[in-house]
Design a protein around this ligand. Structure first.
Ligand SMILES: Nc1ncnc2c1ncn2[C@@H]1O[C@H](COP(=O)(O)OP(=O)(O)OP(=O)(O)O)[C@@H](O)[C@H]1O
Length: 470
């Protein structure tokens, strides 16, 4: 990296000086800048091999918001820029977010010289590899990783659905997909209901027609009807034009109604009418329009129990559950944990250009002990996070390996290691409540940040906040 050109941006002159002193011994050009406003000028007039950017400028001391804004700006100017972020020690959460936002790596302040140099070397070499068209550090994963590229797409071939314990479900999917039978998918959050719904559509005769997914549990009473069935101009204050609803959009294809267990009684009645008559009437109109849709619904609620409690209509249940698919929680299929973890490991090592070769046997053993209340989604986020935090200096080149993820590099979403014993006496709901409470405190109530950390959609988080009275 001797001939590299670096830019350091930090509003603390002492930091700039110290970093420059260190780097100058290894790199020919190290420009420093106190004022991030100068970034556009500097980037338009220089070609830097790496840029080291502070996350916290004085105006906005700890949230990192300004750092994220500058990171975006740099990547707007040069999408290939290799940005390394300075973050305060202990603020690993922010580092993870930064890498997701496009930074290549991070350095914790106060830094350790050899780690700092390794990180800069990695960033500079990554740039060279990229301009040479190579894959950078992720090439340790070789062809296999490239071959998986297709799996990352949203569309689902069955190969995207990992795990032998899912085989019976996939066999049923194969059988029912070509029919027009309504399907109800049951399973806890994060077990793969959405993935299975798409697989049914992709293997059906309707596969070239739309697949429309609606989180009906997130629709307010006032939005429900116009969103699903459409409206005509002037039907209500904001209805400036005629608009087709989601059922009409799905015409000829499949409509996937997620979180169906959360519908209110009046929403259930309106939905039932549409399903019985196979036609929709836009809000404000009296003209019924026929719709031809295949219906797939999903919920994490026990609908039979809700029927017994009279919270869910039995006639609606019978209409939507011609075929029922039960997706087992991850803790009941420990044999799927390793293949899933390997799948996500390859995916994210490639995405974040990390040199990670595998999961240590000790880590796998810990993973099998853990309860995974957030199921596959939680596993996916945990692996993603561990990949982002994986340190190249832990790699064992003498073994021809990149970093092996160890239990201690693997952090569970409430901030403890997977290795921490789970308090079995806590009921699942208590645990979920506690996790959300902790995350809300940590992110000072920021719904976006909490949802991201817990791997939930914003709507799913809102529902839980309401449920737990948080
Ligand atoms: N068997 C699997 N193989 C590969 N990826 C999976 C598998 N199951 C789930 N996933 C991934 O886990 C994440 C969560 O899955 P999905 O959204 O389908 O769950 P869900 O049951 O619909 O969740 P929710 O109830 O919260 O809506 C997705 O990123 C999905 O791709």
């Amino acid at each position: 990296m001797q001939d590299a050109k670096l830019l350091l941006v930090d509003d603390d002159p002492d930091v700039l000086l110290a970093a420059r002193l260190l780097l100058k011994r290894h790199v020919s050009t190290v420009d420093i800048e106190k004022n991030p406003e100068k970034l556009p000028f500097l980037l338009n007039n220089n070609r830097y091999d790496a840029i080291v950017l502070d996350m916290n400028f004085q105006r906005d001391v700890s949230s990192g918001r300004e750092g994220f804004a500058w990171l975006d700006r740099i990547l707007d100017i040069d999408p290939k820029a290799r940005v390394v972020l300075f973050t305060a020690y202990g603020d690993v959460e922010m580092a993870v977010r930064a890498i997701k936002a496009g930074a290549v790596d991070f350095v914790l302040k106060p830094w350790q010289n050899d780690k700092f140099l390794d990180t800069i070397r990695g960033a500079v070499e990554g740039r060279k590899d990229r301009s040479g068209g190579a894959e950078g550090a992720s090439s340790v994963l070789g062809k296999e990783s490239n071959g998986k590229e297709q799996s990352d797409k949203k569309s689902t071939k069955q190969t995207n659905i990992i795990g032998s314990a899912m085989r019976p479900v996939l066999d049923t999917v194969e059988q029912v997909a070509p029919t027009d039978a309504n399907v109800l998918i049951l399973g806890e959050n994060g077990t793969g209901k959405d993935l299975i719904a798409r697989a049914i559509h992709d293997q059906s005769l309707r596969k070239d027609k739309p697949f429309v997914s609606v989180d009906v549990g997130a629709l307010t009473e006032s939005l429900f009807e116009s969103e699903l069935f459409g409206h005509v101009k002037g039907a209500f204050t904001d209805a400036r034009d005629d608009r087709a609803g989601r059922f009409e959009e799905a015409n000829g294809g499949t409509i996937f109604l997620d979180e169906i267990g959360n519908l209110t009684p009046s929403q259930q009645a309106r939905l039932l009418t549409v399903l019985q008559q196979r036609q929709v009437t836009r809000v404000g109109s009296n003209k019924a329009r026929p719709v031809d849709v295949r219906l797939i619904c999903a919920t994490n609620a026990d609908l039979n129990e809700r029927v017994a409690e009279r919270a869910f209509r039995q006639d609606l249940l019978y209409r939507i559950n011609t075929i029922e698919l039960h997706l087992p929680p991850l803790r009941e299929r420990p044999s799927d944990i390793a293949p899933l973890a390997e799948f996500f490991l390859k995916k994210y090592a490639k995405q974040y250009n990390r040199s990670v070769s595998g999961l240590s046997p000790a880590l796998l053993a810990e993973m099998k002990q853990y309860r995974w209340p957030g199921n596959v989604r939680e596993l996916q986020h945990a692996v993603e996070r561990a990949i982002i935090l994986a340190r190249p200096e832990l790699a064992r080149p003498e073994l021809g390996q990149g970093t092996m993820l160890q239990p201690e590099s693997f952090v569970f979403r409430n901030g403890t290691s997977v290795a921490s014993p789970v308090n079995e006496t806590l009921q699942l709901e208590d645990m979920e409540r506690q996790l959300i409470h902790q995350a809300m405190q940590k992110h000072r109530g920021s719904i976006t940040d909490v949802a991201r950390e817990l791997g939930l959609s914003r709507q799913a988080l809102y529902r839980r906040l309401e449920k737990f009275g948080l």
